[in-house]
Design a protein around this ligand. Structure first.
Ligand SMILES: NC(=O)c1ccc[n+]([C@@H]2O[C@H](COP(=O)([O-])OP(=O)(O)OC[C@H]3O[C@@H](n4cnc5c(N)ncnc54)[C@H](O)[C@@H]3O)[C@@H](O)[C@H]2O)c1
Ligand SMILES: CC(C)[C@H](C(=O)O)[C@@H](O)C(=O)O
Ligand SMILES: [Mg+2]
Length: 367
């Protein structure tokens, strides 16, 4: 049987820096666990624009459709600020999500014990935190029509449209309920049904799907209250189901409960492929971090945890995913910290590569 295939798209800014550490981890699983992948690498975002004038080539798009999983670093950066909107690096990422139809974006916010003191919140509020945000990823205001900047009278108007069909809401909701069944059987759905018709439909469809999962306790919350509750008492949540834009914002917020945006991985999943596994792309939640690019300061953990999610959701390697997560937990418990995880003055941060070294050493000691 051939090895599972993995397309790596490092992207821009710190994307290639964190992805270099993931590649070492992938190599480790090949050498030490006999878990080999057919890895290919390509360009996305600004790097693709620099090479061939587009943020994602048709060839790369086609490759992404064929492989078992895509692993993406990050896209964007100030160098591309003045580009035409259609050429911006972020368009490459959105095209991948849309054309691969990756409608369910799982963003787990877990607080490792060693970082509970470092979260933006008090230790007792975040210790043991384990919530899953399910963000609808291929619709909503990111893709709704009409959109654009138009002339209206003697001024211009910028338009984006929040649009959701029942089936789009339904499939995202179903993935949240399925996850909840394997977790603590609670779903909290967040929208703004008090001001948006799309929110009213969202609530109605989620209620309908919930009937298929009588064991799951469903609650609804307006997303503004949800943001507040996430910071006030995050452990009240198990699975949070929300739309594309609210999910983007709420997940960055949840990231800080875990200590740093550099800690949050994600899995973007679509319909099952012929092999029964979902079409999938794995990416850290953070961006290209232009403020620290090229300085060896980036935390590679979000990207490495995204590979752990790939082991779990695309490659059925649950024990190896646990092994990798445990290695990261050990490194953090040992006090190894990149700069984003450092609270105390005088403690020396490790570099991106040194964090990779520590994780590989912890993996070795797991054997
Ligand atoms: N998935 C993606 O590719 C993605 C996600 C978010 C933002 N972006 C893009 O990235 C660019 C920069 O956006 P931004 O600055 O608003 O958000 P960002 O996530 O790149 O950075 C926000 C802050 O978090 C820090 N940070 C992020 N990741 C880190 C890591 N791994 N280790 C240590 N610190 C980290 C950064 O240094 C910065 O201070 C923009 O072009 C944006 O569109 C891309
Ligand atoms: C870069 C951008 C298109 C992206 C989004 O808004 O979805 C990012 O913020 C994310 O969270 O993945
Ligand atoms: Mg975001």
């Amino acid at each position: 049987m051939s090895n599972p295939s993995l397309l790596i798209l490092p992207g821009d800014g710190i994307g290639p820096e964190v992805m270099a550490e993931v590649r070492r981890v992938i190599d480790w699983f090949g050498e030490k666990r006999g878990l080999h992948f057919d890895v290919s690498e390509d360009l996305v975002g600004g790097a693709a624009y620099d090479a061939h004038g587009k943020p994602l080539s048709d060839e790369t798009m086609a490759k992404a459709q064929e492989v078992d999983a895509v692993l993406l670093g990050a896209v964007g950066g100030p160098k591309y600020d003045d580009l035409d909107f259609s050429l911006k690096p972020e368009r490459g990422l959105l095209r991948l999500r849309k054309e691969m139809d990756l409608y369910s974006n799982l963003r787990p916010a877990q607080c490792f014990d060693a970082l509970a003191d470092f979260s933006s919140l008090k230790k007792d509020i975040v210790a043991g935190l384990d919530i899953m945000i399910v963000r609808e990823l291929t619709s909503g205001v990111y893709f709704g029509e009409p959109r654009g900047i138009f002339e209206e009278g003697n001024e211009r108007v910028g338009i984006n449209t929040q649009r959701y069909t029942e089936s789009e809401i339904e499939r995202a909701a179903r993935s949240a309920f399925e996850l909840a069944m394997r977790r603590n059987k609670k779903v909290c759905s967040m929208e703004k049904a008090n001001v948006m018709e799309s929110g009213i439909l969202w609530r109605e469809v989620v209620d309908r799907v919930a009937k298929e999962y009588p064991e799951v306790e469903l609650s609804h919350m307006y997303a503004d209250n949800g943001a507040m509750q996430l910071v006030r008492a995050p452990k009240q949540f198990d699975v949070i189901l929300t739309d594309n834009l609210f999910g983007d914002i709420l997940s960055d917020c949840a990231a800080m409960l875990t200590g740093s945006l550099g800690m949050l991985p994600s899995a973007s999943l679509g319909a099952p492929m012929a092999n029964g596994r979902p079409k999938a792309m794995y990416e850290p939640v953070h961006g290209s971090a232009p403020d620290i690019t090229g300085q060896g300061k980036a935390n590679p953990i979000a990207c490495i945890l995204s590979f752990a999610m790939a082991l779990r959701y695309s490659f059925d390697q649950l024990e190896e995913a646990d092994r990798l997560e445990a290695a990261i937990e050990k490194v953090l418990a040992d006090g190894v910290r990149t700069g984003d995880l450092l609270a105390d003055e005088g403690v020396q941060p490790v570099s991106t590569t040194e964090m990779g070294d520590a994780i590989l050493a912890a993996l070795d000691s797991s054997l």
